[in-house]
Design a protein around this ligand. Structure first.
Ligand code: GZL
Length: 341
């Protein structure tokens, strides 16, 4: 049985906790509502962005370009989510954007498949979906408005064509060439496109032997691990095709630990993708033979697309960002100084 005095203490304690909770959450709740009211008042466009992760230098730059584009000054309210490379997290984020009734959804699909249902939900909610960087594989292409990204198949072909020219230069175009491939996230459009593109060129050369292609998830840790496995398994590797710079960094560490050398004057030629600044520095010094650029600066393109949609202009189904191919011959000090990623 409570004594009167202790009863009073308990009630005072509960009251104190309730006041504390209101101060902590009530004000936050109020702030959220206050902020959303301000967004309405400012007539800002609300954009929900589901980024697939933060696995690479490319991804960091891609995220920065989006965050620098959809600012309050540009008339936007950005709701950003990092899915940490997991499709289920992206699905949750997209459904959260739908329930918050954002004006636009932008997302970089971690893999190409598994999006029909959630994209149908967005369409039913009349929320336009814009793909960034990577693409989706859906029957009904009306489920998304457009894709702003890279032509991954062309990137793969560029790598293959570079190798053709390089082998001719070295008078090795008739010799047997052993190739291993570090692949990106299985089922992502960058992994699919780069593989299809490179294989299309490789298929023309009977003397090119692709010994093995293995997924290393676009990360340097996995790149090193998978490359170590290749080096244990294959005595003569002439070329490494690494589908992004982060895996390349790991692979080069593994090759050097094995006592072999890389690059222009090395035992093993290195073909990489992305062309982030730190990789271009390795191209300039001859460590990486060629780097096929994958341009992460898509924020401005995405801004332009939404401007067009807002004014009722027709948009294309696909926009490709501009990209180059870098070797020792064209990586200049100026390019390195100006590089934003
Ligand atoms: C390509 C992009 C790839 C990059 C990797 O557009 O999807 O994902 O090549 C990144 O660095 O992880």
């Amino acid at each position: 049985m409570f004594h009167k005095r202790s009863y009073g203490v308990v009630v005072a304690g509960i009251l104190f906790v309730l006041i504390l909770m209101f101060i902590m959450f009530g004000s936050r709740l109020f702030t959220d509502i206050e902020e959303m009211n301000q967004v309405e008042k400012d007539n800002r466009i609300v954009v929900g962005v589901s980024q697939l992760g933060s696995e690479s230098g490319f991804r960091t730059a891609n995220t920065e370009s989006v965050q620098n584009a959809f600012t309050k000054e540009n008339g936007y309210f950005l709701i950003y989510n990092n899915a940490r490379q997991r499709q289920e997290n992206q699905l949750k984020a997209l459904r959260s954007f739908i329930s918050q009734r954002v004006d636009y959804i932008i997302f970089s699909p971690v893999v190409e498949t598994g999006w029909e249902t959630v994209l149908r939900e967005a369409k039913e909610a009349e929320i336009p979906v814009i793909l960034m960087d990577r693409n989706v594989d859906v029957e009904d292409e009306s489920l998304y408005v457009t894709c702003v990204g890279s032509n991954f198949e062309e990137e793969g072909e560029k790598a293959g064509r570079w190798l053709e020219r390089e082998l001719q230069k070295r008078n090795r175009d008739q010799e047997s060439v052993n190739i291993v491939v570090l692949a990106g996230t299985e089922g992502s459009s960058s992994q699919i496109g780069r593989t299809v593109g490179f294989d299309a060129v490789a298929g023309k050369h009977e003397n090119w032997n692709i010994l093995e292609q293995k997924c290393a998830e676009f990360t340097s840790t996995k790149g090193k691990e998978v490359m170590r496995g290749f080096l244990r398994k294959y005595r003569d590797i002439d070329v490494v095709v690494s589908q992004n710079d982060d895996m390349t960094f790991g692979a080069i560490e593994a090759i050097r630990e094995s006592g072999r050398t890389v690059g222009v004057d090395g035992d093993i030629m290195i073909i990489s993708f992305d062309a982030v600044e730190s990789a271009l520095e390795m191209v300039a010094e001859g460590t990486i033979n060629v780097d096929i650029e994958c341009n992460p600066n898509q924020g401005e393109y995405l801004l332009r697309v939404i401007d067009m949609l807002e004014t009722g202009e027709q948009v294309e189904k696909q926009y490709y960002v501009e990209e180059d191919v870098f070797t020792m011959e064209n990586v200049t000090e100026e390019i390195l100084e100006e590089r934003s990623y």
